[in-house]
Design a protein around this ligand. Sequence first.
Ligand code: PHE
Length: 485
Amino acid sequence: MAEEAILGFLNNNEEITDSGQFSSELNLDHNEVVNVIKSLHGFRYIDVQDIKRETWVLTDEGKKYAAEGSPEVQLFLAVPEEGSISKDELQKKLAPSVFKIGCSQAGKNKWVEMGKQVSRKVQHVEDKVKGTLLQIQEGKEIDKDGITSLKARKLIAPQVWKGYSVKKGPNYAPERKKVATDLTRENLQNWEELEFKEYNFNAKGAPVDAGHLHPLLKVRKQFKDIFVQMGFEEMPTNNFVESSFWNFDALFQPQQHPARDSHDTFFLKAPSTTRTLPEDYVERVKQVHESGGYGSRGYNYDWKREEANKNLLRTHTTAVSSRMLYALAQQPFMPKKYFSIDRVFRNEAVDRTHLAEFHQIEGLICDRGLTLGDLIGVLEDFFSRLGMSKLKFKPAYNPYTEPSMEIFSYHEGLGKWVEIGNSGMFRPEMLLPMGLPEDVRVIAWGLSLERPTMILYGIDNIRDLFGHKVDLDLIKRNPICRIGI
Ligand code: PHE
């Protein structure tokens, strides 16, 4: 309707000077006209210019008087034509605000004589206030004086009215042509007859619902950044399958050790064994397990090569550390700081906090003359960057470290000490067979990625964090990771 009216009018006339006037002449809703104008303008059927006018609207009080009459007239009418009425009597007849305002306005207008008794001074009054309010309500123009007094009495308030003047635009036509908006097969077949809508390269695209990072990845990034800031290099952890040799034997973990049992370790059926190991090093590892050396008595048992050959899913990323340290020992010595964050596997009973796989974060420093004091200092630096500056260390046991320490941090939220990791100095029985110089010490620590992630994201069941039961919505909605703030 509005569209036909606008395009039709412009066909015979130069201009629509005022969309507001145009609307009321044709009895159209101005809002609708404005919408059509915007749309036609978008397709350049028309050119438009904004019109802004300050108009007035009635306040709630103004609306009331427009309907019921001004207080002064209400008061005047409540005074008898002849004789008088007592002020108290008059007050009872009117609403309190009407009485109060009515008295002052009717007095000012000299319509009534105010005393203990109230009487009329004129025979007839005209309700100009109501009249003007009604005119404003109908959108009529009002002279300045009328506006000033109503504004002072807060019966009207200013409002900016927005409209347009409209002329033909470059694409003007008396009727809007339907433009093709899609490059469909059909549209492409008769493209010559069609008019295509222009691309709007400024339009915002639909948000792409993809590419959300899992909380574990977000926390991993934070840990990575901390290691990198501390000058650590990342170790290559891209092999889940490892030989028992690198996972256990190289770490001076005896072959009867319970952790090597199939209850804790997943062994591979195929390929069940490793193909190559560095033979001379294997020989030195065998020696140190069986009879010691380097100041050690060893474990005094028959070390079996078949046991070392068995393939498994690595049970810790320390397997990668042993490979890296061995590789380091094959060159002239250079101090190193290494880290890794990757997946490990343990054949454990699955419960709220344990799965058969998790991610391990591991850091190590290899240099001459390092001490336990260095380890404690590095741990304090590392964990304070995570916002954990209250640490405690407890003696512990690992086959490959001596001394070993469990790391505890005071958790303000939980109000108690929680275990956050494990650490130690790699044993000479591990480092010397590799060929590292005698005065080289390696300090190392490890922790899980899942535990801090669950704490940071308030997740208490690991199955909500990892695995097929994870709610994808949680992945989409979870916030960025803010560690140590
Ligand atoms: N490998 C240990 C674990 O699985 C962690 C650790 C790494 C401990 C380095 C000491 C030194 O818990």
